[in-house]
Write a protein that binds this ligand. Structure first.
Ligand SMILES: *[C@@H]1O[C@H](CO)[C@@H](O)[C@H](O)[C@H]1NC(C)=O
Ligand SMILES: *[C@@H]1O[C@H](CO)[C@@H](O)[C@H](O)[C@H]1NC(C)=O
Ligand SMILES: *[C@@H]1O[C@H](CO)[C@@H](O)[C@H](O)[C@H]1NC(C)=O
Ligand SMILES: *[C@@H]1O[C@H](CO)[C@@H](O)[C@H](O)[C@H]1NC(C)=O
Ligand SMILES: *[C@@H]1O[C@H](CO)[C@@H](O)[C@H](O)[C@H]1NC(C)=O
Ligand SMILES: *[C@@H]1O[C@H](CO)[C@@H](O)[C@H](O)[C@H]1NC(C)=O
Ligand SMILES: *[C@@H]1O[C@H](CO)[C@@H](O)[C@H](O)[C@H]1NC(C)=O
Ligand SMILES: *[C@@H]1O[C@H](CO)[C@@H](O)[C@H](O)[C@H]1NC(C)=O
Length: 395
């Protein structure tokens, strides 16, 4: 327990008293003011920054917190990103990968965010604006960028304009005990609100989280390796997805050593999914040693899916099959209900682009009357659920 906690009064772009300070407390400057400079100054100056319960910081300018070391942000109150769309449209941090932008980039080593509070992306204005302008770039709520040893634990994240969490070029990144929720209150859906996208990162764990969103619950993007996802409750999502991979010409994408286990997933477009691009001008890659295990699925449209013709027409896919190969994917323990009759679709590109795919312990039922159907193509399935798929077609 610390007995010396200097409370630093931070107004606008104030100085922070640093000497001997072990923690800084940041409170809101008041209506109409931007609290970003005070938050940035506090995090620079102090090992621990506290945003107390009852405080809502109004963040109106971008937060660059890269290159830090040994910092904790105790988020007990709320950090809310002011939805000033014209400002963010020119001023978010941008990444070439899938043309992403973000409000906040956090990087460096030995960093923690905890405290039980809330990150609020004020997404409603964005969901409504995106409905009118589909080229609007909506910011990611929190990007961990070029970081090692980061823990994000025990906070809530609400109404992200787009992806909630982007892990970009990190190692040793842990997310635990988080609640994520993006819900639109208008007819315009909270689109592309992925829970996590992991990119060019190694040793990432996501455990014990509750997600209610409108796109992938978790996505393993190019060069996500050694990832553990365990005990998630996903609702309304597009599933736990590998990919999409092999999108960019000349780029080689690797997803390797991934486990997603103990997942309860409901009302989703997909359950466990692998998606890779095919076609003329795309990239290449490999999906290796990926296990989806213990999925309790409720009312999901495609509980089990491999799509090696992602975003590619059937004719282009047969002319230019995917150069993202698949070697070693296990679907184990897929139980619950499918909202569509076609519950499993493992459609691979030909010529051994898909190998070592195992299906075990399936017990899915159709939400309506009748039996489910399972299809496969260009893959020799193993495992005790292989018979459900019958003989795979070849093309
Ligand atoms: C947040 O800060 C901006 C910029 O100073 C201001 O325009 C806006 O009114 C503030 N919002 C709140 C809720 O205080
Ligand atoms: C739509 O958003 C894009 C990207 O932010 C912007 O360049 C364009 O001006 C916007 N279009 C309209 C009609 O607002
Ligand atoms: C997340 O939600 C659960 C269930 O509603 C709740 O028990 C938990 O306290 C929440 N976590 C935070 C950080 O508020
Ligand atoms: C779960 O998702 C469905 C479909 O998006 C939604 O209608 C429902 O309200 C969500 N349930 C919860 C508890 O958020
Ligand atoms: C993935 O890693 C491989 C091997 O290091 C590298 O060749 C490739 O360019 C990386 N791909 C991406 C998308 O970073
Ligand atoms: C497959 O991935 C898991 C999880 O990362 C790892 O424990 C295991 O050693 C990997 N297997 C091989 C053969 O690399
Ligand atoms: C399959 O699931 C149903 C409930 O959905 C259950 O009654 C049945 O015992 C399960 N079968 C097996 C083999 O586990
Ligand atoms: C459903 O599957 C069961 C068990 O394989 C079979 O006995 C039954 O005839 C099937 N029902 C229909 C409508 O095909």
């Amino acid at each position: 327990m610390r007995n010396f906690i200097p409370l630093v009064a931070l107004v606008s772009c104030c100085a922070v008293s640093v000497s001997a300070a072990v923690s800084c407390t940041v409170t809101a400057a008041g209506a109409g003011k931007d609290d970003a400079p005070a938050l940035l100054a506090a995090v620079q100056a102090c090992p621990t920054t506290i945003i107390p319960t009852g405080t809502t910081l109004n963040i109106s300018t971008r937060l660059d917190m890269t290159g830090l070391s040994n910092k904790e942000i105790k988020l007990q109150g709320t950090i809310r990103f002011n939805p000033n769309i014209p400002y963010w449209s020119g001023n978010g941090f941008s990444y070439p990968f899938q043309t992403q932008v973000t409000f906040w980039q956090l990087g460096g080593s030995n960093l923690r965010i905890d405290g039980g509070g809330t990150l609020d992306g004020a997404g409603q204005a964005w969901y409504d604006a995106f409905n009118k302008n589909s080229s609007l770039l909506r910011p990611i709520l929190l990007t961990i960028y070029k970081a090692q040893n980061v823990v994000i634990e025990g906070i809530n994240m609400i109404n992200s304009p787009e992806w909630f969490n982007f892990v970009n070029e990190g190692t040793g990144i842990t997310y635990n005990l988080l609640n994520l929720s993006a819900v639109s209150t208008s007819k315009n859906l909270a689109k592309n609100t992925d829970g996590w996208d992991i990119y060019r990162s190694d040793s990432v764990t996501i455990t014990n989280c509750n997600i209610n969103n409108g796109d992938d619950c978790v996505a393993f993007k190019p060069n996500a390796t050694n990832i553990l996802v365990n005990n998630l409750l996903c609702n309304g999502s597009h599933g736990i997805s590998v990919g999409s991979l092999g999108q960019y010409p000349g780029v080689y994408d690797i997803v390797e050593n991934v486990v997603a286990s103990n997942i309860r997933i409901s009302n989703a477009e997909n359950g466990a999914r692998v998606k890779a691009w095919a076609g003329k001008n795309v990239g290449s890659g490999i999906v290796k040693n990926v296990t989806f295990s213990g999925f309790t699925q409720t009312n999901n449209a495609n509980p089990v899916i491999i799509d090696q013709c992602y975003e590619t027409s059937a004719s282009a896919c047969s002319q230019y099959p995917s150069n993202t190969y698949i070697n070693g994917v296990t679907f184990n323990g897929m139980v619950g209900t499918s909202s569509k009759k076609a519950a499993g679709s493992l459609l691979c590109s030909p010529d051994n682009r898909c190998a070592n795919v195992a299906v075990n312990n399936f017990n899915l039922t159709y939400v309506k009357k009748g039996n489910l159907t399972y299809t496969c193509q260009n893959v020799a399935l193993t495992g005790n659920a292989a018979s459900l798929f019958g003989t795979c077609t070849t093309t």
